[in-house]
Ligand binder design. Structure first.
Ligand code: FES
Ligand code: FES
Length: 154
């Protein structure tokens, strides 16, 4: 199967049961995407699939023939600098997923996708709701919110 990852085309011969997360980590050596729960509950494995944020542990790679994947290794976005400035992480395990998710979320906002909780603007409550699929065991949320808020230009 063919998969484009961070702009590079890969031709892979995979067991059809291989998830996208395992493909990235075990077959392509891209270990930035993390395996937290492996059950779609923590968001540590978040990547952008054709521009939309997804939990890569829930997706079979074979079902994404020809798709374009962006992992944290391929992300170049102001939200990364803002995470550094605001100390938006502690151990860093959830951080690649948080950043990929924030990038996807800000793109959804830019496209005018409806509010999660009815706020007209990207309030802190709205950011929390839209990022609620990404858990942080260290509890670094108070620093992530201003990082994402500033990356959004607020
Ligand atoms: Fe995919 Fe937790 S590892 S959601
Ligand atoms: Fe440690 Fe989020 S920074 S889990």
């Amino acid at each position: 199967m063919d998969l484009v990852v961070n702009g590079v085309e890969h031709s892979l011969d995979l067991d059809p049961r291989t998830t996208l997360l395992d493909t990235l980590r075990e077959h392509l050596g891209l270990t930035g995407s993390k395996k937290g729960c492996d059950h779609g509950q923590c968001g540590a494995c978040t990547v952008l699939l054709d521009g939309r944020r997804v939990n890569s542990c829930l997706i079979l790679a074979i079902s994404q023939q020809g798709a374009s994947v962006t992992t944290i290794e391929g992300v170049d976005h102001p939200v990364q600098q803002k995470f550094v400035e605001h100390d938006g992480f502690q151990c860093g395990y959830c951080t690649p997923g948080q950043i990929c998710s924030a990038v996807g979320m800000l793109d959804e906002v830019a496209k005018g996708w409806p509010s999660a909780i009815g706020d007209e603007e990207l309030t802190d409550a709205e950011i929390r709701e839209r990022m609620s699929g990404n858990l942080c065991r260290c509890g670094a949320y108070p620093n992530m919110i201003p990082a994402i808020r500033e990356a959004a230009g607020r």
